[in-house]
Design a protein around this ligand. Structure first.
Ligand code: ZN
Length: 277
């Protein structure tokens, strides 16, 4: 196969580079035998990319809509199905400008590990109150309410670091994740389903599970861990759909394993029914 050269950029990982060029991590490593430790790469380093890699695979899959933030003009929503959307903005430190993004077709589901919306807001504002960056999602779902914390079309910050650039929408569900099969209470599930259905109809996030991962999480090893098998599979962020936090790469030192054994397929089916597709 032909080989091209690629200069490693800030925030790159080998699995992300592989995904960008539509090849496997193993193929990338095979073309770069000089790399002894795949965690030790640095910006500016030149690596080989096998195959016809002139055009990174960034195009959306067929049937998906890419909506630009400028086009939607919907940065703060008023209504999502039957829910009135409450605005509770959690800005960046010192009101730094938001990072704009176009739809990536990716959403991330989280749980707050609490039982109240107000506690979730407090937790996400905690850093800000201490003069540090905040870590809000776009939407909180709970108590039969939807609260929006960040404008749509801009990055939220519920993940660690650079990975926040990939999900177009991040949702915090007011719930405690469980390691066995579970679903949030209705007061959390209904607004969460409404958001997911909205994102499908309007924002190009498909009602699909990346890699068709099963709801059962027996394959996730070691569990819980920042480097579990789903996180290191190279699927994130190369397939569209709804991920859980525990499937997002590069979250060390966090071991966040939300949403555990949630029945994601049922949640997405409910969103499908609501969207009336
Ligand atoms: Zn999370």
């Amino acid at each position: 196969m032909a080989t091209t050269q690629y200069e490693i950029a800030q925030g790159d990982t080998l699995s992300r580079i592989a995904g960008k060029f539509g090849i496997s991590l193993a193929e990338l490593l095979a073309a770069n035998t000089q790399i002894q430790n795949q965690d030790l790469i640095s910006p500016g380093q030149i690596i080989n990319v096998p195959g016809d890699a002139a055009a990174p695979a960034a195009a959306p899959a067929s049937g998906q809509t890419v909506v630009s933030a400028a086009q939607t003009n919907l940065t703060w929503l008023e209504k999502i199905f039957d829910f009135t959307v409450e605005k509770h903005e959690i800005p960046r430190l010192n009101h730094a400008p938001y990072h704009a993004m176009d739809s990536t077709g990716i959403g991330v589901l989280h749980t707050t590990e609490g039982s109240r919306v107000i506690d979730a807001i407090d937790a996400m504002e905690h850093g800000l109150k201490a003069g540090k960056p905040s870590d809000p999602c776009h939407f909180i779902a709970g108590e039969n309410r939807i609260v929006q914390c960040r404008p749509l079309g801009f990055q939220a910050a519920s993940l660690r670091g650079e990975e926040n650039q990939f999900p177009y929408v991040q949702i915090e569900m007011v719930a405690l994740s469980k390691t066995h099969s579970w679903m949030p209470d209705d007061a959390t599930l209904r607004p969460a389903v409404a958001i997911v259905a909205y994102c499908f109809k309007n924002l190009g996030i498909p009602l699909s599970i990346p890699n068709n991962w099963p709801d059962n999480i027996d394959d996730v090893k070691p569990f819980p861990a920042s480097n579990n098998t789903r996180r290191t599979s190279g699927i994130w962020p190369n397939q569209k759909g709804w991920y859980m936090h525990m499937e997002v790469s590069n979250q060390q030192p966090s071991n966040h394993w939300d949403c555990g054994g949630i029945r994601r397929s049922e949640l997405l089916q409910m969103a499908h029914d609501l969207a009336g597709d």
